[in-house]
Write a protein that binds this ligand. Structure first.
Ligand SMILES: Cc1ncc(COP(=O)(O)O)c(C=O)c1O
Length: 477
């Protein structure tokens, strides 16, 4: 492909992308293909000879697109969003074009300095303490791993990096029973052992009970374990529950325990000053992560990781072979030392485009709408008589289930709600997913897709009610 063909194809791609967004509602939200259906259409061997781009692009449309679930569809309500937006896409296009590998300041000074500034802006936008320094990671899973590795090193005086974990008293880590699986994964990777992760009981709102945490820490100290870190959730994945940060933060301070905040989804809600009350005590945290790539209109991947002790982070990861030495040394931010990977994408660019194009007020307005629509839907569910709210709605995720009159058996209701979800998702008209709360199958409807309006939420609710009414009553099957 030469530059002239590239230019022609690039214009065609832009046209295709615009058509895609203009017609996105004509696609089924969730892909309808069966397992194996895509791979069967792909040749076993790569082409020996160059193929025409037209042929390739036809295959993209005929083979790939049917196997895509449309995360940017305004009737996407599943998992948590992985939003993009027009400015973010433009930033990604330029990042791809520049193709810069931003491991050191020298390998692209603008990437390093823009990342520094954009992370400062992000902290201000969320009202985070000025003591935090930010760095962009690929995902919240990576950020949480970085946090636990930093804790492990700081608490062992950087001895585990040197000697390994041999001949040491085992560290213990604490999170709620509702915390995200990335914490257990991080424990495994960090060599701490998943048997040393304590999943603390939650209250009726699915938030960690500080008293239970205190008991677990005391029990462990008695047995000779070393309590290392607590991970609090600001918005659990199941029901967006909020662990009581202030009480847990005070306890961690008193006990000298590292505190990490997993705000992967709900961190974006802190754009709204009225939500900051929910995170009182965050200044006691050592580290904090949230994903602009979820709800803040920025293409996957972009995870904002904030640390109080930058030196501990860097000392955990830095290694300086001769070929990476540069004359600027540590007078500049060499982000290769701020995380796991050496090579880094220029992710700050898309975030800069998003923040400047929306402006703080635009970001707030969008997120505030999502929160308001979620509150309104929660009220309708509550008032419906046939549906039941399953958890508080502090953000824009609504947890509920269908509970027609007279049906109380949990297994029957679980079966009914699973059927409701599958029927809705198979319709192609919307996509939502589930969790289990206290053994009860719960539907999660996550509002906040970039292209969503209130009408999409209203339509989804009508569709849910209509579909539920069309299911055979459990007593009749
Ligand atoms: C609360 C919470 N933490 C962590 C994660 C992991 O995020 P990532 O995919 O960025 O690793 C998720 C993903 O949904 C989440 O909901």
């Amino acid at each position: 492909m030469d530059i002239d063909e590239f230019k022609k194809r690039a214009y065609e791609m832009v046209d295709w992308i615009c058509d895609y967004f203009q017609n996105i509602e004509q696609y089924p939200v969730k892909s309808r293909v069966a397992p194996g259906e895509i791979i069967e259409q792909l040749p076993l061997f790569p082409p020996e000879e160059a193929e025409a781009f037209d042929v390739l692009f036809k295959d993209f449309q005929d083979i790939i697109i049917p196997g895509i679930t449309h995360w940017q569809h305004p009737s996407y309500f599943a998992y948590f969003n992985a939003n993009n937006s027009y400015p973010s896409l433009l930033g990604e296009m330029l990042t791809a074009a520049l193709g810069a590998q931003c491991m050191s300041w020298q390998t692209s000074p603008a990437a390093a300095e823009l990342e520094e500034r954009v992370m400062q802006w992000t902290a201000q936008l969320l009202g985070l303490p000025g003591t935090f320094t930010g760095v962009i990671q690929d995902t919240a899973s990576t950020a949480t791993l970085c946090s636990l590795l930093s804790a492990r090193e700081k608490f062992s005086d950087f001895g585990v990096n040197r000697d390994g974990l041999y001949h040491r008293e085992p560290f213990t880590v604490y999170c709620s029973s509702e915390a995200h699986s990335s914490i257990e994964k991080a424990i495994k990777i960090a060599g701490l052992g998943k048997e040393n992760l304590r999943k603390i009981e939650v209250d009726e709102h699915f938030a960690m009970v500080p008293g239970k945490l205190e008991e677990a820490v005391a029990r462990d100290r008695e047995k000779g374990f070393i309590p290392l870190a607590v991970v609090v959730a600001f918005g659990t994945t199941g029901s967006t529950a909020i662990d009581p940060m202030e009480a847990i933060g005070r306890f961690c301070r008193k006990q000298g325990i590292w505190l990490h905040v997993d705000a992967a989804y709900a961190g974006t809600a802190l754009l709204l000053p009225e939500k900051r009350e929910l995170i009182r005590g965050v200044e006691m945290a050592d580290t904090f992560v949230f994903n602009p790539h979820k709800w803040m209109f920025t293409n996957f991947d972009c995870s904002a990781y904030f640390v109080k002790d930058k030196e501990a982070l860097i000392r955990t990861f830095e290694i300086l072979p001769e070929y990476l030495k540069t004359r600027e040394g540590d007078r500049v931010n060499n982000y290769r030392d701020w995380g796991i990977q050496l090579g880094r994408r220029f992710r700050a660019l898309k975030l800069w485009f998003v923040i400047r194009t929306y402006g703080a007020s635009g970001l707030r307005e969008n997120v505030r709408n999502h929160v308001r629509w979620a509150g309104e839907l929660a009220q309708e569910i509550d008032a419906s008589g046939e549906f039941e709210l399953m958890a508080p709605v502090p953000f824009a995720t609504v947890c509920f289930r269908f509970k027609p009159g007279g049906v109380t058996d949990t297994e029957t209701l679980n079966g009914l709600n699973a059927r409701l979800m599958e029927t809705l998702n198979d319709s192609g008209r919307l996509y939502l997913t589930h969790t289990k709360l206290n053994g009860r199958l719960t539907l999660r409807l996550v509002i906040g897709q970039t292209n969503q309006g209130k009408a999409h939420v209203d339509r989804a609710w009508e569709e849910i009610k209509r579909t539920a009414a069309s299911l055979p009553h459990p007593g009749e099957v």
